[in-house]
Design a binder for this molecule. Structure first.
Ligand SMILES: [Cu+2]
Length: 447
């Protein structure tokens, strides 16, 4: 981890990018090696105070930002790519009323870099409710990136309504099964995994046996020295299971990658930066371009976090990744839209508590089930045969009711204040869960 000390904070260009000065800043590239050294440095400097770390020969190694200008020429012949995540196009609530504008800002930031990314990975929740017009808007903005290609994996918001059918229509070309895929770039093997389909009651993200079998075949041909970059929406490590921030069968997938010297896992979903190194595997989660979420355990529930307006752009951003061949060194730089250091700690706890007190607990009528803070209230409801039961979503997050026994039809995606009713004509126990947040479970007993 390092701070970039050698620039003048007062100097920003019209995009808000810092203009570095001082001994580490190479204003003109004097070598003729074809590598844009100036661009490389400016790109790193743009991130401002950023987290920079790498792995060398599988050994985690953090290095100061100031070391980057002194890399050898070989090291400079690197792949540079970027990660964009959780753009949630269609979201328009308090936490960010214009997510299209902040996605556009992220694109402008990318385009303002002197070195264009070879490609961009979008790690899901492209849209809020998987509506065609939301996908259209996202495409419209993202096609403005000066880069060869954007590779996608879906988030649960992109597949909720139809288990991924419309997502696959748009993004499924060249993918397998539910949209998983792999490709090679400059000696690095990239694998996009899908862990938001067929979620089970009480569970976390899931990959499924079919995808794990595919992964096994996909990596079988690779030599163990091939650097691997794995990307998926929900974290492939257990960040915070109480909030569903993990993947049930990720261990099985990661076991297939144990023999590789360098594995980097890039995820989204939690809208904040977290990283962890475990053996040969380095995990990293990205900021959202739409809204932040609280730090695990600091709030009653996950969900959009409204921060002070002047802090918003310091908790939204993108991730830039530079892979330097020959050294298995991969540098991940998180960059906020503001260009300032990420401000999650300052913004988090207070904002979430404010959100809680600001929300009035809606009084429930008879046979009504409230959805508040990712909980069903009451968790068990007892009614007479023939009763119409109504769910009311009081959260600023969409939920979707599914009966495990399949004795009533599933709800549509319920956005804030939306209701769903089912008439329960037969006696018995009805277990249900939210298929977007499978940790959310409830029960109705019909007598
Ligand atoms: Cu839910």
């Amino acid at each position: 981890m390092g701070h970039h000390h050698d620039h003048d904070d007062d100097k920003f260009d019209e995009q808000g990018n810092t203009r570095p000065t001082g001994t580490n800043y190479i204003a003109t590239d004097q070598s003729e090696d074809g590598v844009d050294r100036r661009g490389f440095l400016r790109c790193m400097a743009w991130a401002g105070t950023a987290t920079v770390w790498g792995i060398t020969g599988g050994v985690p190694k953090s290095f100061a930002m100031s070391r980057l200008p002194f890399l050898t020429d070989t090291e400079r012949k690197s792949i540079f790519f970027a990660q964009v995540s959780d753009s949630h196009i269609g979201f328009s609530k308090e936490a960010n009323k214009d997510v299209t504008a902040t996605l556009r800002e992220a694109v402008n930031k990318l385009n303002a870099l002197p070195q264009s990314p070879a490609f961009v990975l979008h790690t899901g929740d492209i849209t809020q409710l998987a509506k065609p017009e939301e996908f259209d808007t996202a495409n419209e903005v993202l096609k403005g990136i000066k880069s060869d290609r954007v590779f996608y994996v879906p988030g649960e918001h992109d597949v909720a309504t139809d288990n991924g059918a419309s997502y696959l229509q748009r993004y499924g070309k060249g993918t397998v099964g539910g949209g998983w895929h792999s490709f090679d770039h400059t000696g690095v093997h990239f694998i996009g995994l899908v862990n938001v389909l067929n979620l089970k009651a009480g569970g976390l993200g899931t990959l499924g046996a079919e995808q794990i079998t595919w992964l096994k075949k996909d990596v079988a041909r690779l030599s163990s020295s091939t650097p691997i970059v794995l990307f998926a929406h929900v974290p492939l490590w257990t960040v915070y299971p109480a909030w569903g921030w993990g993947t049930d069968d990720s261990e099985q997938a990661l076991a297939l990658l144990k023999r590789f010297g360098s594995v980097t896992v890039l995820n989204g979903h939690i809208h904040q930066i977290m990283q962890k190194v475990e053996g040969n595997i380095t995990f990293h989660t990205a900021m959202s371009t739409a809204f932040p979420q609280p730090t695990p355990g600091t709030a009653p529930a996950p969900g959009p976090m409204k921060v002070e307006p002047e802090k918003l752009k310091s908790v939204l951003g993108i991730t830039n990744v530079t892979f330097i061949p020959g050294r298995s060194t991969l540098a991940v730089v998180d960059a906020t839209l503001s260009g300032l250091p990420p401000a999650f700690e300052a913004a988090s706890h207070e904002a979430m508590m404010k959100r809680q007190t600001a929300r009035a607990a809606a009084p429930l009528g008879p046979n009504e089930i409230g959805i508040d803070n990712f909980n069903f209230t009451p968790p068990t409801l007892t009614v007479r045969t023939g009763t119409k039961v109504t769910w009311i979503n009081n959260d600023d997050v969409p939920h979707l009711i599914v009966n495990i026994q399949n004795k009533f039809r599933q709800s549509p995606v319920l956005d804030t204040d939306q209701k769903f009713s089912a008439i329960l004509t037969k006696a018995g126990t009805y277990d249900y869960f939210c298929s977007l947040h499978p940790k959310m479970q409830g029960k109705i007993i019909v007598t």
